[in-house]
Design a protein around this ligand. Structure first.
Ligand SMILES: Cc1ncc(COP(=O)(O)O)c(C=O)c1O
Length: 395
């Protein structure tokens, strides 16, 4: 299995036909969609992938061979997008599911019981480590600077030590779009004998990612945002050399070495990262994810990353021109695909922008405008016009 070319790309726009690709996302014809950091826009190919699942179930029944083959095709294309081997990837029901499986496989014994997290983490990526307190884990939080838009390397230097088992850090902060210096953090952690886990949910799909080059041991993310899929999907990368030494306690029949054996007398985990999976996958959601990954593969992450970076740069410049305060760092190397606008009342500003036909979201007092390749300069102009009308809600 896994050799079919699915979904068919024959009717797709050319990779850099940005206007053609905009037309593949119907919401863009109705709204200014700047919410990919929360949930990516739904495309026609992704809808067709979900419909394909429904059609098959409606008219043929079930075809597990076909579905599991497509799951393996997704694993291979995702591995290509992340610069890793398919056997280093587990496909999970959420980023949280991958984290829990990993946590259950790690032993926190002896003097190395600390998990170092940054204050930029998404809640799940800190809470799951706090939940391990019963197993002896102590969570150490690395604070931001007073301005709140940076967690400097010097702060990690102070807190990563010979008691650190794991450094668990986000690539791009979900609140303000700030980027951590992952290669430097990974080098520091490894020099002090700790492993490194990356949460790349806010960067995967919006830029080229090379997990090997970043130097991390583990990574988690999901397909609902810039990977263009839908909810109910996640992935976890585990560096090849570490897999044999990690046996998750959170497991299931699809994590076994020989699934077909159906052997209830023992537990024999798969030799690769599939051992971090568990039970029956959400087929429709993974088919959607496969179509999303195929779109990114077709267009190319290098082109996507360059376009997203240019849009964010132009948006920040336009906001600065208008005197709009942002929480996102200015330097391109220190930010991702999200621009966080400081608001007096963030929920009221999101609602006001919605009345202008603009879809955003808010976190931590800021309104987030997130960019993907399907956005354009008109989206920035519409955002600026709307903000000019809503000055009273800005900080
Ligand atoms: C950075 C980051 N990490 C983790 C998550 C949580 O992912 P999941 O709900 O798949 O566990 C999110 C979701 O918004 C996120 O933005």
């Amino acid at each position: 299995m896994g050799h079919e070319t699915w979904p068919s790309r024959s009717a797709w726009p050319a990779p850099a036909d940005w206007a053609g690709w905009r037309a593949q996302f119907p919401v863009l014809g109705r709204r200014t969609y700047l919410n990919s950091g929360s949930c990516g826009a739904l495309s026609l190919p992704v809808r067709a992938a979900i419909e394909d699942y429904l059609e098959l179930r409606m008219h043929e029944g079930a075809d597990w061979g076909l579905w599991l083959g497509r799951l393996e095709a997704l694993r291979a294309s995702l591995a290509g997008l992340l610069g890793v081997k398919p056997g280093e990837l587990a496909l999970t029901a959420s980023a949280s599911a991958g984290l829990n499986s990993l946590a259950s496989a790690l032993d926190f014994v002896g003097d190395r019981r600390r998990v170092v997290v940054s204050d930029f983490e998404f809640p799940t990526s800190a809470q799951i480590w706090h939940a391990q307190a019963r197993r002896g884990v102590e969570v150490v939080h690395v604070p931001t600077t007073a301005a709140g838009d940076e967690v400097p390397l010097a702060h990690f230097e102070r807190l990563i030590d010979e008691h650190t088992a794991l450094v668990a850090v986000t690539h791009v902060c979900y609140r303000n779009g700030a980027r951590l210096d992952i290669p430097a953090i990974a080098e520091l952690a490894h020099a002090r004998g700790a492993r490194v886990l990356l949460d790349c949910y806010q960067s995967v799909g919006a830029e080229p990612l090379d997990l090997a080059a970043l130097g991390v041991d583990f990574a988690v993310g999901g397909m609902m945002k810039y990977l263009l899929g839908t909810s109910g999907t996640g992935f976890m990368f585990v560096r090849h050399a570490l897999v044999p030494g990690l046996e998750p306690l959170a497991t299931g029949w699809l994590a076994q070495a020989d699934v077909a054996a159906m052997d209830i007398t023992r537990h024999a985990p798969a030799p690769d990262a599939r051992r971090f999976e568990a039970g029956t996958p959400g087929v429709a959601a993974f088919q959607a994810a496969a179509a999303g990954a195929a779109i990114l593969d077709h267009i190319g992450l290098a082109a996507i990353g360059a376009r997203v970076e240019a849009l964010v740069t132009r948006c920040l410049a336009a906001l600065a021109d208008q005197g709009v305060a942002v929480a996102t760092p200015a330097a391109p190397a220190r930010r991702g695909a999200t621009v966080a606008i400081r608001a007096r009342d963030d929920a009221a500003l999101v609602a006001a922008l919605a009345r202008h036909g603009i879809v955003t979201s808010c976190r931590d007092g800021n309104v987030r405008a997130s960019f993907h390749f399907y956005n354009n300069d008109e989206d920035i102009a519409r955002l600026l016009d709307a903000l000019a009308c809503e000055r009273a809600l800005l900080q």
